[in-house]
Design a protein around this ligand. Structure first.
Ligand SMILES: Nc1ncnc2c1ncn2[C@@H]1O[C@H](COP(=O)(O)OP(=O)(O)OP(=O)(O)O)[C@@H](O)[C@H]1O
Length: 567
């Protein structure tokens, strides 16, 4: 073997070795690169898996979150709904409690109110009872006073009426229609005296007061007690006041258009028709035939007395003038007055016959004093027995002689005027009752033995009026006659109040005619007052007359059924 190696070979071998190494390295690299790629792939795959998982996980988390949120939301909704229901329920409960309490409270309040109402009603009843008792006591005192001869005075304040405004708007200041007369209690009337630039001065008068709202019936109820003694005493009711103050309304009543034959409707009837009805009611309680009634109606016009029931031979009204004759018994009377039973029809005709004339206050002013007299003849029990005996005898005669006469004739016998009353009877003016003509009068027992008479005088005085109010001529004469007769009445009352020895009854025909009514009767003066400032002077004058009348201490009226000796 050669020792010597070729270098080339050696190199080539080395190269070869190296190349081999290189190739194996390259292969190794390639292998590693492949592994690497595989690893990358795996990594990528794992990453993508990881991402996928991550995504999945986050998705699941999101879903879970959403679910949780949804759950939370539902929970909230449910809670809310529940709380609304609870709230509603609570409210319902609160409301129910409230209603319960309110009902209970209302019940309690009702009960409380009921108790209070009952208590109030009770106290009102007590007060009314007290008031009634007080009124009764006052009436009794009044009646006792009357028995001692005093005059009862009432005051009626009329309501404000349209004519109060009309006049004041045209001719006077607006304040003239202001109400100045006020009833402040049952028995007190107050007048506010208004003078420009001066403080209001109030004057108080004490009478039994009828307020403007009082009905005719209410007024009559207050007057009625006086009539209970009518069958034993003379009674007189007279209305006094200024023109337009409501005297005729109070005494006669108001006539509305369309009312049957001018007779006022029941509620509007005044004292005259009501007193007549009361009189007949009182008589109806007495034994049959024991009483009879005559009516006379006269007016005092321009200081002359006229019989409003007088009729001529044809039966037409004549308004006959009459003379006053004083009899031995001191009774003043008007002769030739007729009697009648149909009181209401007579009353309805009176107004047409009575002197009327419009004045500055109202259109239907009465220019005369109207005096309606109801004379009640009462028979003593002996006379009644005698009368019955006579009737029985007459009946026997009648049955034998077939004689007939009217009941009116019989009544004429009873109601004939007494021997003590020297009356100038006129047959002509007594168409329905003529004692002189009656065939049944004989034999007639003397009235003093058989019966006594009482009189109810109902007087509607003419209204006082200012002569300065623009009237002239005949109207001025009428006004001055009215005013003079009223001042004569005032003088009589003053003389009585001062207990003067001479009472000037004869200063006027009015006081002369009314002498017995003022001197020997239970007298009630009804003061009628207009409420407004326009008539304040006249109202004060009227109330002044009432005050004077209340001061009168006259002798007690005589009881008419007492024996003549006792008189
Ligand atoms: N209390 C009253 N309620 C309603 N109206 C009344 C009242 N008083 C009076 N009148 C009315 O007032 C008017 C005048 O009344 P009335 O004729 O009675 O007055 P008088 O005082 O009689 O007047 P004169 O004296 O002038 O005749 C009438 O229309 C009447 O109806």
């Amino acid at each position: 073997m050669p020792l010597f190696v070729n270098r080339n070979q050696m190199f080539a071998h080395q190269v070869h070795l190296l190349e081999h190494k290189l190739r194996s390295k390259e292969e190794r690299i390639l292998e590693l690169e492949t592994k690497n790629a595989i690893l990358h792939l795996r990594l990528a795959e794992s990453l993508s898996k990881l991402r996928y998982h991550h995504e999945e996980a986050s998705k699941a988390q999101k879903e879970q979150q959403n679910h949780r949120l949804a759950q939370e939301k539902w929970r909230l909704v449910l809670t809310k709904q529940l709380s609304e229901v609870q709230l509603k329920q609570g409210l319902r409960e609160v409301f129910a409690v409230y209603v319960k309490f309110a009902t209970e409270f209302e019940e309690q309040r009702k009960q409380l109110l009921k108790t209070r109402i009952t208590a109030l009603e009770h106290s009102l009843q007590e007060e009314t009872e007290k008031c009634r008792a007080e009124r009764q006591r006052r009436k009794e005192i009044h009646n006792t006073l009357e028995l001692r001869g005093n005059i009862r005075v009432h005051c009626r304040v009329r309501p404000v009426l349209p004519f109060d405004h009309i006049r004041s708007l045209t001719s006077e200041s607006l304040t003239s229609s202001e109400e100045v007369v006020h009833a402040i209690s049952d028995d007190t009337v107050m007048v506010n005296c208004l003078k420009s630039g001066m403080p209001v001065q109030s004057k108080i008068f004490e009478f039994e007061v009828h307020v403007p709202q009082d009905s005719q019936d209410a007024v009559f109820e207050e007057v009625k007690p006086l009539l209970t003694s009518l069958l034993d005493y003379n009674v007189c009711i007279m209305a006094y006041g200024q023109t337009g103050s409501g005297k005729t309304h109070t005494m006669m009543g108001s006539f509305c258009q369309g009312e049957k034959v001018g007779i006022p409707q029941e509620t509007q009837q005044g004292i005259i028709p009501n007193a007549a009805a009361e009189l007949f009611r009182l008589i109806s309680e007495k034994p049959e035939d024991s009483h009879s009634v005559e009516v006379s109606v006269m007016e005092v016009y321009n200081n002359e007395v006229y019989d409003l029931l007088a009729k001529d031979e044809q039966g037409n009204p004549t308004c006959q003038r009459c003379d006053i004759i004083t009899t031995s018994s001191g009774i003043s009377d008007v002769p030739s007055l007729t009697s009648a039973c149909e009181m209401m029809l007579i009353i309805s005709n009176i107004q047409k016959l009575r002197a009327h004339c419009p004045n500055l206050v109202h259109t239907e002013s009465s220019r005369s004093h109207l005096i309606v007299t109801l004379t009640v003849s009462s028979k003593s029990p002996n006379a009644l027995a005698l009368r019955r005996l006579q009737n029985a005898k007459r009946n026997m005669q009648r049955s034998t002689q077939q004689q007939w006469w009217s009941p009116r004739c019989r009544r004429a016998n009873i109601t004939s005027h007494g021997s003590s009353d020297k009356l100038c009877g006129s047959a002509a003016s007594s168409p329905c009752l003529s004692p002189l003509q009656s065939p049944c009068l004989s034999p007639r027992p003397s009235i003093s033995q058989t019966s006594f008479r009482t009189r109810l005088r109902l007087v509607d005085l003419a209204g006082s009026e200012s002569v300065m109010s623009g009237v002239s001529g005949a109207a001025l004469w009428e006004v001055s006659c009215i005013n003079r007769s009223l001042s004569a009445l005032s003088d009589v009352l003053s003389a009585l109040a001062e207990q003067r020895p001479h009472i000037p009854y004869r200063n006027s025909k009015l006081t002369h005619v009314l002498q017995d009514a003022i001197g020997d009767a239970k007298l009630l003066v009804m003061l009628c007052v207009s409420p407004t400032q326009r008539y304040i002077t006249e109202s004060l004058q009227t109330l002044g007359l009432g005050t004077r009348a209340r001061q009168v201490q006259k002798a007690a009226p005589r009881k008419k059924n007492s024996s003549p000796k006792a008189k």
